[in-house]
Design a protein around this ligand. Structure first.
Ligand code: HEM
Length: 392
């Protein structure tokens, strides 16, 4: 008997050892290993079907009378896994789209990113832009009208164009301010004003932000319609860009109604502003717009993540994850556009003599127009000579 037993163990021994070598999770009884946890924390792509599929098999359930039989053989951890991976059979009274997601795995990295890097890099971007503009002002000073002023005025923008611009500008400034309060408020304002005061400020900011958003969208459509023809790229833009807009040199490269720099501002406002509006709408009507899951699926289909050495993006997002991506995109694109608008406000006001009149009265000094938009002046003065304010 003994000899038979020893030979059986001797034969089975290597097989058992091979099994544990083949199954990296044999030591934890199928649960996560330290390597799994480290890989997940490092954000590496990993097949976690060993977890997502381990949600209990009712067919293999221990009888109710057994020691582990209270859940019909499904252990607590299997139940929690089923909840985490959206595989649990959940019934809720609430019929909202996100009601059945009881554990939301993607929530933690979003929260940490929103509270950490987003605030840090966002403040570097805005602070850095203001610093660069201050430096530019110190080095270059105000861009003056070089030649002798003529005293004659040319109409640059009609009342409706100026209305569109100021509606856009005022709504953007209010949205920017209330948006920054929502993003930075907890960190920056609570320590100074306390929780109670910040609560009132935050509720007010959110109300204003949600309602002013419509004005911004309307203004975006207005300026697109009235200015798009003047912002189509053409050959003069290449020359203008090659000469750096004449910012640091003498003389100004010729330009039509809008120079290449302004065209860049226009398209940034349209594209980034449009994207902010779209994600804003999805935040305003939670769970109604699926923007990111379908976009990720399209990016995966053309292999875009692979270009950056990344694994495919997860295209099946929980309703909350859709909102989290919408929030991050809305905030990041807004921060970039605010930085661009800082530069635009600078050049349209203190940075350049004579520029503000274009949006103030709508009438600009002919000499200013000749220096900055020579081709446009030629075009309009042949149609309609400039009006003189000297004689008036
Ligand atoms: C509140 C401060 C602002 C001032 C003082 C200002 C000033 C100006 C001026 C003077 C122009 C005409 C430039 C010219 O005649 O060539 C202009 C154009 C324009 N503005 Fe503003 N603006 C402000 C805010 C904004 C905001 C917040 C936006 C968008 C979110 C914006 C978008 C535009 C666009 C797209 C144009 C046409 C392209 C360009 O000239 O760069 N502006 N602005």
């Amino acid at each position: 008997m003994l000899i038979v037993l020893i030979s059986v163990f001797a034969l089975l021994g290597p097989v058992a050892a091979q099994d544990s070598a083949a199954d990296p999770r044999a030591s934890t009884g199928g649960a996560q290993t330290l390597e799994d946890i480290l890989a997940r924390q490092a954000g590496q792509a990993m097949d976690d079907s060993f977890r997502s599929d381990a949600i209990g098999d009712p067919a293999r359930a221990a009888p109710m009378t057994d020691q582990l039989g209270t859940l019909g053989g499904v252990s607590d951890s299997e139940l929690w896994r089923a909840l985490r991976y959206g595989k649990a059979d959940i019934t809720t009274q609430s019929r909202g789209p996100a009601a059945k997601t009881l554990i939301q795995d993607g929530g933690m990295w979003w929260l940490e990113f929103r509270q950490g890097p987003l605030l840090t890099y966002g403040s570097y971007l805005l602070g850095g832009t203001l610093l660069l503009l201050a430096l530019f002002y110190l080095i270059r000073g105000r861009i003056r009208i070089d030649g002798e002023k003529t005293g004659r005025k040319i109409e640059r923008f009609k009342a409706f164009e100026r209305f569109g611009h100021w509606l856009l500008a005022s709504s953007f400034l209010v949205l920017g301010l209330t948006g920054l309060i929502s993003l930075f408020g907890r960190k920056v304002m609570i320590p100074t004003f306390g929780h109670d005061a910040f609560s009132t400020i935050a509720i007010g900011s959110k109300w204003v932000h949600n309602n002013i958003s419509w004005a911004f969208i309307v203004a975006l459509v207005i300026i697109f319609v009235v200015w798009v023809v003047h912002n189509l790229p053409d050959r003069t833009d290449l020359n203008w860009l090659a000469k750096g807009g004449g910012i640091f040199s003498k003389g100004h490269p010729p330009a039509k109604k809008f120079n290449a720099g302004q065209k860049l501002v226009f398209w940034s406002v349209i594209i980034l502003g449009g994207s902010i509006s779209l994600t804003g709408l999805s935040l305003l009507f939670p769970f109604d717009l699926q923007l990111f899951g379908p976009t990720f699926a399209k990016l995966n289909a053309i292999g875009a993540p692979g270009w950056f050495g990344m694994a495919d993006l997860s295209a099946t997002l929980s309703p909350q994850e859709e909102m989290q991506f919408a929030q991050l995109w809305h905030a990041i694109v807004s921060l970039v556009l605010i930085a661009i608008v800082f530069a635009h406000i600078y050049i349209g006001s203190v940075g350049m003599e004579g520029a503000f009149d274009a949006m103030g009265s709508g009438q600009v000094e002919e000499q200013w127009a000749r220096e900055h938009h020579s081709l446009w002046v030629d075009e309009v003065t042949t149609q309609k000579p400039a009006t003189s304010t000297k004689e008036a």
